[in-house]
Design a protein around this ligand. Structure first.
Ligand code: 5RP
Length: 223
């Protein structure tokens, strides 16, 4: 089974968590794109979606799914999103698609976080995937130095030869060389650094369920 087929399989499996008549929280990325395609098959049964990025908003709207401002929807039953890494406790690294800030916002207003991923994303300790951190540009040098003091190496993410600009008008640092053995403490600490908008560790907004695509079918992990 190809990676693309695994993503399709897990995107379709996530439909089981969507209750008719509700607004669904929708993440960002290639796995979520498969979920959005699947969601379109039941678009007449849901009210619509709250989206975590301009890219997902465009896909949802193109398929005829209404997109609501997050401020107009008090509470979501479920948020469905991918991950760059997920551990056996449901803690994740996210932000490979640069949408981590809005992803964390939508996750925070959702009762359940269903992570959809293929088995390659399951890790014992977070930190192999370069950790995305959205920062305010005027603080980037100091934040890079702070990561270096922790043993990491932080680089400004580039797109087309210039720093990538997020949907929020900020930049992303990708940090390698970290082993994140205490995700809750790490997230809390880095979030306090002046100039950090969002760190891509999702520990306080961890997954409640992970649908993991394997060649033997979709496994459900509950946390
Ligand atoms: C975007 C994300 C994505 O969920 C993460 O990068 C996984 O993406 P993909 O499904 O394409 O592997 O956090 O900011």
């Amino acid at each position: 089974m190809t990676q693309d087929e695994l993503k399709t399989q897990v995107g379709q499996a996530a439909l089981a968590y969507v209750q008719p008549g509700t607004v669904v929280g929708v993440g960002t990325g290639s796995t979520v794109n498969k979920f959005i395609e699947a969601l379109a098959t039941m678009k007449d049964q849901i009210k619509g979606a709250v989206s975590s990025s301009e890219a997902s908003t465009a896909r949802l709207k193109a398929l005829g799914i209404a997109v609501f401002d997050s401020n107009t929807v008090a509470r979501l039953d479920v948020y469905i999103d991918g991950a760059d890494e997920i551990d056996h406790a449901g803690y994740m690294v996210k932000g490979g698609g640069a949408a981590l800030t809005r992803e964390k916002i939508v996750a925070a207003q959702s009762a359940q976080f269903v992570c959809i991923a293929d088995a390659s994303k399951l890790v014992t300790t977070l930190g192999t995937f370069p950790l995305p951190v959205e920062v305010i540009p005027m603080a980037s040098q100091r934040i890079q130095a702070q990561f270096e003091a922790m043993g990491g190496t932080a680089r400004v993410r580039q797109q087309g030869g210039v720093p990538l600009v997020t949907d929020n008008g900020q930049i992303i640092l990708d940090v390698t060389g970290l082993q994140i053995s205490d995700p809750l403490a790490f997230e809390s600490a880095v979030n306090q650094w002046p100039g950090v908008v969002t760190v891509g560790v999702f520990a306080h907004q961890k997954a409640t369920t992970c649908l993991l695509a394997t060649t033997e079918g979709v496994q459900t992990l509950s946390f």
